[in-house]
Design a protein around this ligand. Structure first.
Ligand SMILES: NCCCC[C@H](NC(=O)[C@@H](N)CCCCN)C(=O)O
Length: 465
């Protein structure tokens, strides 16, 4: 038997990190689009009549098809059957189509009585037509964005198997956070160019999604080469996936704990991200641009620390402990926003600490999944976690929007009528977020206990010496 081992493309440091940058760029632009309207929600309230309730419905719609049409479950199956290249390009295409529809919905042409305006205003009167069309577009975009997230995780797990996987996932997430930082900086500035407009940021960031499609296209050539070098090993592995494997995932206690920890934790992060700017703006009595610049430190903190903590996990382990610490920090920050009389320095400290929490949990959570799920249905494993997570990401913006409106009666009406100096009180919504941290903390403890008992290796390093 010949003992010569062929050096594969992912054995080259430059090639595997180059591949990572290409796929991460797609996520960079995707995350920019996800939050493009977050810093301009006040402007949407005055220019398009979107109350917090309407705004919450629009931002939650990103996850609607994923959750209720089970798109994410199909996405995992498509990924395990069709592979990373097809699924990645499909998801990038869906993001572009969805972004185009959302842009149309808020465009001046549409709200000025353009094609479909009459129809979309003929039902559900509390939702403006612009918001309804934006919901449809964002829901399609969300299918692409979440499918892309699963695909990227699957691709990294393959390219970095037995290598610096957690660091690679950390770098990918850091690049995505950079996208969030960039959009919190750019969006209000683009909107503020005279004449002030909510359309401009959405149009610009929507166009950037096309660059993401192209970078992923380049990655597919590299991935094809890696596939050829791996011979038919990969094909045989992917062939083995059966739909009944989904039953194994839903039946695994540890897997489900990770999935629930994920939904609880992320429901207090991404939905918060949608309300953070108006919360800071109202609580500190500052402009939306100032609030946006302050909040930009959250993804910046996460961006710097996630790869470092990923590397820590690769070489030292302690994944379950990191999850527990992250939940504690998140809870403490939200309690601060809810209960402490807020000043700018306190807000800065809380935002930065929340960024630290947002490094600990993602850096530990995603690289831990391959330790719990068989490689042949890892794509489905990620998509089931995303599906459960998306349920929370859909529900919490709605819950928070409704809570905010219910605990501040008459405020939205006064703002839309142009009354000056009226503000929202965010205490109750922030307590809702904090309570999610408490539950995530207990799940983290449970997970660590199970790991000690059953030796999943969650506390062990990834890099094999
Ligand atoms: N490839 C990294 C794994 C996922 C990272 C994680 N993203 C998610 O959980 C998405 N399902 C939700 C993204 C919300 C914005 N659309 C993350 O930490 O960003």
């Amino acid at each position: 038997m010949t003992q010569t081992m062929q050096r594969k493309l992912n054995d080259s440091v430059v090639a595997r990190w180059g591949a990572l940058i290409l796929i991460a760029l797609m996520m960079f632009f995707a995350y920019m689009f996800v939050d493009v309207i977050s810093p301009i929600s006040s402007l949407l309230e005055t220019q398009r009549g979107w109350s917090p309730d309407v705004y919450g419905t629009v931002v939650g719609s990103e996850y609607f098809l994923n959750v209720f049409v089970l798109f994410l479950i199909f996405a995992g199956i498509i990924l395990d059957k069709m592979g990373v290249r097809f699924t990645g390009l499909l998801s990038a295409g869906l993001m572009i189509i969805g972004a185009g529809i959302k842009l149309y919905g808020i465009s001046d042409y549409f709200v000025g009585g353009g094609f479909g305006w009459e129809f979309f205003n003929s039902f559900w009167p509390s939702m403006p037509g612009s918001a309804k069309v934006a919901c449809i577009g964002f829901a399609i975009f969300g299918c692409g964005a979440e499918m892309a997230g699963v695909t990227v995780s699957r691709a990294i797990a393959r390219w970095f198997d037995g290598k610096e996987m957690a660091l690679a996932m950390g770098v990918e997430m850091a690049i995505a956070r950079l996208g969030v930082t960039a959009v919190f900086f750019l969006s209000p500035r683009l909107a503020a160019i005279a004449p002030e407009s909510v359309v401009r940021p959405v149009a610009v960031v929507g166009a950037l999604l096309c660059i993401g499609f192209l970078t992923f296209l380049v990655f597919t050539f590299m991935d094809r080469k890696l596939d050829r070098q791996m011979g038919n090993i990969e094909e045989i592995e992917e062939d083995k996936f059966k739909v009944k494997d989904l039953g194994n995932l839903f039946g695994s206690k540890t897997f489900m704990i990770v999935a629930f920890l994920c939904v609880l934790y992320y429901s207090a992060i991404f939905p918060f991200q949608k309300f953070a700017v108006p919360m800071l703006q109202n609580t500190l009595a500052i402009s939306s641009q100032e609030a946006s610049d302050l909040f930009a430190w959250f993804p910046i903190g996460a961006m710097i620390l996630t790869p470092l903590l990923g590397a820590f996990l690769d070489f030292r382990g302690k994944g379950a402990t990191m999850l527990i610490l992250g939940a504690i920090l998140m809870c403490a920050c939200h309690l601060t926003f809810a209960l402490v009389p807020l000043t700018k320095p306190i807000a800065y400290i809380a935002i930065i600490l929340l960024g630290v929490s947002f490094s600990l949990v993602p850096a530990a959570l995603w690289p831990s999944v391959p330790k719990l799920v068989d490689g042949r249905y890892l794509g489905s494993g990620y998509s089931v976690i995303f599906w459960i997570q998306n349920l929370g990401l859909w529900a919490f913006p709605l819950i928070i929007g409704k809570t905010l409106q219910a605990t501040n009666p008459g405020v939205s009406e006064q703002i839309q009528a142009g009354v000056e100096g009226v503000t929202y009180n965010y205490t109750v919504p922030m307590l809702v977020f904090a309570s999610l941290g408490v539950l995530a903390f207990f799940l983290g403890i449970w997970l660590k206990r199970l790991d000690t008992k059953n030796h999943y290796g969650l506390e062990l390093p990834n890099v094999k010496k």
